[in-house]
Design a protein around this ligand. Structure first.
Ligand SMILES: [Zn+2]
Length: 299
């Protein structure tokens, strides 16, 4: 039984499910369900609880603005795991596909700008253990139910800083079940562009990702700034083709609503920055631990 169908039985009939149960299929190959197994926490099912969508940019030896230190990234993985979170993609969230074990809570790990410290290879072609994917891979070796499964908002910058290896990295991410998604073509302030140029940025990004065999269905806004006409994300025509997005990720400072919450708006999905600052990930996990924020818990 999928979580979506469990939700349908749990939530009273007639409620808005954000139209999330129909529509565009999420990208990437099909994966064996991980929903079998022991209950992860003794928390009660909470289909309308909040969903943590975490925003990462880069990693390095020191914690800085937009840089999560390696130490803190490892801490995030362990703490999320210990608190019963399991990873899904943004497209899965948008489609109410919570294929995670009973009693666990979904977390969406998102990575912006396809920066090089997110995914680096060593000279011998192996994954650099100091990049984010490398650290996560290492963690997943001993935590198989927290696999490398995130949403990468891509720019045509290699990607990940290298044209030579970009294609192989995208393929690896796809094979692991990650989502490759749009972050526009040139990372502009969308509010400063004409309607046509907004469409060029969005359509161009989708078409660029198609060269990698990826059909992007979600987008993160550069600088978290939306265009003047936000209806564009629901569908637009460009050069004879129709493009649309299933969800739009903003920057924000609070966990997102469940798609079972009637007030959920998939075109304004907030994210929490991975930081120690107010509104950041550590503070939100403290709030969850203190019972002040109720996460979505799958039945
Ligand atoms: Zn960005």
């Amino acid at each position: 039984m999928t979580f979506a169908s469990r939700l349908r039985t749990l939530v009273a009939a007639g409620l808005c499910l954000c139209a999330a149960l129909t529509g565009i299929a999420e990208p990437g190959p099909a994966h064996a369900p991980r929903s079998a197994g022991n209950r992860v926490t003794n928390r009660k099912a909470n289909p309308r609880g909040r969903v943590l969508i975490v925003m990462y940019h880069a990693t390095g030896p020191e914690e800085k603005y937009m840089v999560r230190s390696r130490k803190n990234f490892k801490k995030d993985l362990q703490r999320l795991y210990d608190m019963g979170y399991r990873p899904i993609t943004l497209a899965e969230y948008a489609n109410s596909k919570y294929d995670i074990p009973p009693g666990s809570s979904p977390v969406v790990m998102t990575f912006d700008d396809s920066r090089d410290s997110q995914f680096q290879l060593r000279k011998d072609g192996s994954i650099d253990p100091d990049c984010m994917v490398g650290m996560w891979k290492e963690f997943a070796k001993t935590h198989a139910d927290f696999p490398v499964k995130g949403t990468f908002f891509m720019l045509p910058n290699g990607p990940f800083g290298s044209k030579k290896t970009g294609k192989a990295k995208v393929k690896a991410l796809k094979d692991w079940g990650c989502e490759l998604a749009s972050h526009t073509l040139t990372h502009p302030f969308l509010n400063k562009l004409s309607g046509d140029n907004v469409k060029r940025e969005l359509a161009g990004s989708i078409e660029w990702l198609r060269k990698f065999g990826v059909e992007a269905t979600t987008v993160a806004l550069p600088y978290g700034v939306p265009p003047r006409d936000q209806s564009v994300f629901k569908g637009f025509k460009w050069k004879g083709q129709t493009f649309r997005f299933r969800a739009v990720a903003f920057a924000g400072a609070w966990p997102a609503r469940s798609t079972a919450d009637p007030q959920c708006d998939l075109y304004q999905v907030p994210r929490v920055e991975a930081s120690e600052k107010a509104g950041g990930l550590t503070v939100w996990l403290d709030r969850v631990q203190a019972g002040k924020s109720k996460p979505l818990v799958v039945p």
